[in-house]
Design a protein around this ligand. Structure first.
Ligand code: ADP
Length: 457
């Protein structure tokens, strides 16, 4: 990440300097054009003056020669590392654009030791004496004119010299201009190469970065997979353990219960009331433990046994529930209402268990009103959805998830006996049928338990 930021920052810096360098080179090329134009105009006007002695040409000559002279002042000052203000004044006199002058000075100072700049400086230096000489001739012509010594022969000689200067200067100037053009295109190539290198750097770093992320994602995925496998193994071991433990606990428990029954029977006459109460508590405790062990055994069996599916007519299951709960359902106002139930592919025993548990809870956690339980079935594209609705105590929303965890019971409903295994068993059954289980409820208004069964079993 750090390297990408550095490379991007470099790209921005490079762009900044590219613009600066390119605009400096362009300024020098413009300046050079003005230089040539000035030197040429100066020569033409001086010759015109020599031929006509019209003073207008002298004035024009002075204006024109000031341009290359200005550039020469700037150039000399740069060479001796003189004061920037003097350089600026020279460049401005050389008709360079005021906005370019600082860049021109910066460019010279930065690149003067480079080969291309050395070449340009040399040419610039070689052209300077010719411009100076032209300026001197101008002054001289004026003096001779004032002294009346500007004879036709002198004029002729001077025109010849000026022509000579023009020829030489334009050679120097075009060489200088060629160096500038070459420099401009060399710089362009260098900048483009730097650009490509930086972009390649960013791309390769980004690629490495993405590869690193992909690698670490793959690694965490495989770690996750092995954790899931480990958890599944541990779960299976725990389920096996609880199956074996509950199975093996049944025998000693049966002995405890039997002998407690024998004590109760044989020594009933010898026991005082406290003794009888103690025995009663012990028998009650033992029977609750038996229920707990039975439930746990059932839960472990549901988890570990191989499951088989068949066509189950749920109407038969409901009919059996009616018989099982006949006592309570005979109460006035009570009832088990079920619409026509479908035939589904499922494990029959487990369908009985889940509905039995839900109806038993609906009755166990009843309110003062007679229990009314409604069962209905509907279907989505790939699941059967069953709902068991009661008019019982209801459940607070904070318990909607925890009641499906083994041994979890509602604090408020603890007066009713139970082991906290029933709903965990229902959840396991729903999961083994490719479905899920959840509850919707409002305290005081009753609850509706939903569970789903996959249609693709
Ligand atoms: P148990 O009934 O043995 O306590 P369950 O796992 O069947 O265990 O239920 C867990 C808890 O959920 C119960 O203790 C009870 O508080 C609450 N519960 C279950 N069904 C209902 C219901 N129909 N109405 C109100 N509370 C319920």
């Amino acid at each position: 990440m750090f390297i990408i930021s550095v490379a991007s920052a470099l790209l921005i810096v490079k762009d900044f300097y590219s613009i600066k360098i390119q605009s400096s080179v362009r300024a020098y090329i413009n300046g050079q054009a003005e230089y040539s134009k000035g030197r040429n105009n100066a020569a033409v006007n001086l010759i015109n003056y020599l031929q006509t002695e019209n003073l207008v040409y002298i004035a024009e000559f002075k204006k024109a020669i000031a341009i290359p002279l200005g550039d020469n002042i700037a150039g000399n000052n740069l060479l001796v590392n003189g004061d920037d203000s003097k350089t600026k004044a020279g460049f401005l006199a050389g008709k360079n654009h005021p906005a370019d002058v600082s860049d021109m000075i910066w460019f010279y100072k930065t690149f003067s030791s480079f080969a291309f700049a050395q070449k340009a400086i040399k040419l610039w230096g070689a052209a300077a004496p010719h411009v100076n000489r032209l300026s001197t001739i101008g002054d001289m012509v004026q003096q001779l004119q004032q002294q009346g010594k500007l004879t036709p022969i002198a004029k002729e000689q001077l025109i010849e010299e000026i022509d000579g200067i023009s020829v030489l200067s334009s050679e120097w100037e075009s060489a200088f201009s060629r160096v500038l053009d070459d420099t401009a295109s060399d710089i362009k190539i260098v900048l483009q190469t730097v650009n490509i290198l930086l972009i390649l750097l960013i791309m390769s770093i980004s690629f490495l970065f993405v590869m690193k992320i992909i690698n670490s994602l793959n690694k965490s995925e495989s770690e996750l997979k092995s954790t899931v496998i480990m958890l599944n193994d541990t779960n299976r071991e725990l389920e096996n353990f609880s199956y074996v433990a509950s199975h093996d606990l049944k025998e000693p428990l049966r002995m405890v219960t039997n002998f407690l029954g024998l004590i109760e029977k044989k020594y009933n006459n010898q026991l005082d009331e406290t003794g009888k109460t103690y025995i009663h508590f012990a028998v009650d405790g033992a029977s609750r433990m038996k229920k707990l062990i039975d439930d746990l055994l059932e839960y472990s069996r549901t988890s570990i046994n191989k499951i088989t599916y068949e066509t189950v007519d749920l109407n038969e299951v409901i009919a059996r529930l009616r018989t099982d709960f006949q006592d309570v359902l005979d109460e006035p106002g009570a009832g088990l209402f079920a619409e026509a139930m479908p035939q589904i592919v499922a494990n029959k025993l487990q369908m009985q268990q889940v509905l039995q548990n839900l109806v038993a809870n609906a009755i166990k956690y009843r309110s003062k009103a007679a229990p009314q339980v409604h069962i209905n079935a509907s279907a989505t594209a790939d699941h059967w959805v069953f709902a068991v609705r009661d008019n019982g105590l209801g459940i607070e929303a904070e318990y909607f998830k925890t009641i499906f965890v083994i041994f979890q019971r509602l604090k408020t409903n603890k007066i009713q006996s139970g082991t906290g295994i029933g709903l965990a068993l229902c959840k396991k059954i729903a999961e083994r049928h490719g479905g899920e289980i959840w509850v919707e409820s409002e305290p005081g208004k009753g609850s509706t338990f939903f569970f789903t069964v996959s249609k693709q079993l």
